[in-house]
Design a protein. Structure first.
Lengths: 285, 285
């Protein structure tokens, strides 16, 4: 557990997908592990923001001086309106933009479809020192891919293994992989879509296709359950975050990131030059 | 001039490189156009942050619904320690990370050197709806390129014209190009480098090569003057920002961005679907 004192129990443990996990058992209204209310949560988020920014700067510093290969990859998956954008804005927004590598994966282009599904993903893997964020990811290829039958069953089967292999490679290269599914209820989604239709400043966030996807929600839940069953590994764990309360979801994801960084035991890197010698050179310049 | 009320006169006018501009005439200690002190400046920056974030969101919205091609490119050039990183962190850090496209140009790789100097630059041009930031840029190829004689004189000559042509293309594609040189004094730079050597948490930001570059400062000033003479166009103006006071430089760059966005006269895009029809579909879902 991290230095932040506001968690009653470690969300890392509470929210991690373990053996026998069932998505249907998760209450999207929950604020598991956090005793406070929304106002407390927003205050805690501000406190956590500073810790996260400091930790990331240290990670970055070590990549620049000392060739530390470590990095973090946050994978965000969710149904529409569940709050991926809010996580990027309110959690990642606190980190120096120079330390964040954001990749949003949309519907694949014709060129991307000519390659293996991991081709476009590999190009966006974060560099050393960075926190990478995938807004949607390779998991789309076994989520919408399964629900809309975009690939034959044997190809879908192959992909789970390919994903596990790919993520193991990432971990071996020094990447801490954190996979997050933001979980909202059907009613909460309905309210959020309604708000987008009610407010002219939100119209651009709505797409008629969002309702088509919504109608497929039960099949997406099944597809997510298979994803958890097949790809929740100790190398690259999944976390299911109750997300009906935006403040809680943001706080929980922030904590997972802080926890991952603190587990690295980071410190400022030692100078790879002679400090006194450089002071003398500078004084003479 | 923007909606922010704290500028005594428009920094856009004051700081723009015009005919007969001479870099040597600029006082790096100045806070031209802004009457307040550091505390005021920091408060103004917070106020401006909200305006900038809102404007950028509207730009982004129009790119997503309505295919508005417009975007902004901020080019940052400066000697070491002048505060490019601080601009990215404190000015761009206030904008939703989903709306910022940051590209840091380091020493070119072997592959990059095999191509024209604009090859790697073109790949990083911001997409519609984004604020792109170049932390160093194609101008390195006529700055360090000239000072360290990395290219023959005729190639350097060719590059100024190629840059003007490239930037004209960007503008024709809907890009507002804002080119900024952060200007610090030799003494201020010495202090900032000394701080990096004094503080173990800053050692990673120092490189012995920084002193080599510092010794060439007079030649860089000449190279910058030629850049201004050759590439300060009405399409893609240069601004020289006095940067001995970090708070002022940040405020001035923030203002240039706000001013560019406000000049677009942005509003929320109209829905490209029938809102009432979608409300009915949602209610039935």
């Amino acid at each position: 557990m991290g230095k932040e004192s506001f968690w009653a129990s470690d969300p890392n443990e509470l929210l991690r997908v373990g053996k026998g996990f069932t998505l249907a058992d998760i209450d999207p209204d929950s604020h598991a592990g956090y005793d406070g209310d929304k106002a407390d949560g927003e205050k805690s988020l501000v406190e956590g923001a500073e810790i996260l920014a400091d930790q990331q700067e240290m990670l970055f510093a070590n990549s620049r001086m000392g060739d530390d290969p470590r990095r973090v990859l946050l994978v965000l998956q969710a149904m529409d309106t569940a709050g991926k954008g809010g996580i990027v804005k309110h959690v990642m927004g606190a980190v120096d933009p120079q330390g964040v590598q954001l990749a949003a994966f949309k519907k694949p282009t014709a060129e991307e479809l000519e390659h293996d599904f991991l081709w476009r993903i590999r190009k966006q893997v974060p560099e050393a020192g960075m926190i990478g964020v995938f807004d949607r990811s390779h998991y789309e290829d076994v989520l919408i891919g399964r629900v809309r039958e975009l690939a034959p069953p044997e190809e879908l089967e192959r992909r789970y293994d390919a994903i596990n292999e790919f993520e193991r490679e990432l971990v071996e290269d020094g990447t801490t992989v954190i996979k997050v599914m933001l979980h909202i209820s059907a009613d909460e989604q309905k309210e959020r879509l309604a708000e987008r239709l009610d407010r002219p400043d939100k119209h651009w966030k709505f797409n008629p296709g969002d309702i088509d996807e919504r109608l497929l929600a039960p099949r997406y839940q099944e597809a997510y359950q298979i994803v958890f069953d097949r790809t929740a590994t100790s190398d690259a764990p999944w976390y299911v975050i109750p997300a009906n309360r935006k403040w809680y979801a943001r706080l929980a994801v922030q904590h997972l990131l802080i926890d991952a960084l603190e587990a690295m035991g980071l410190d400022w890197p030692k100078a790879d030059y002679d400090v006194e010698e450089q002071k003398a050179r500078l004084a003479a310049s």
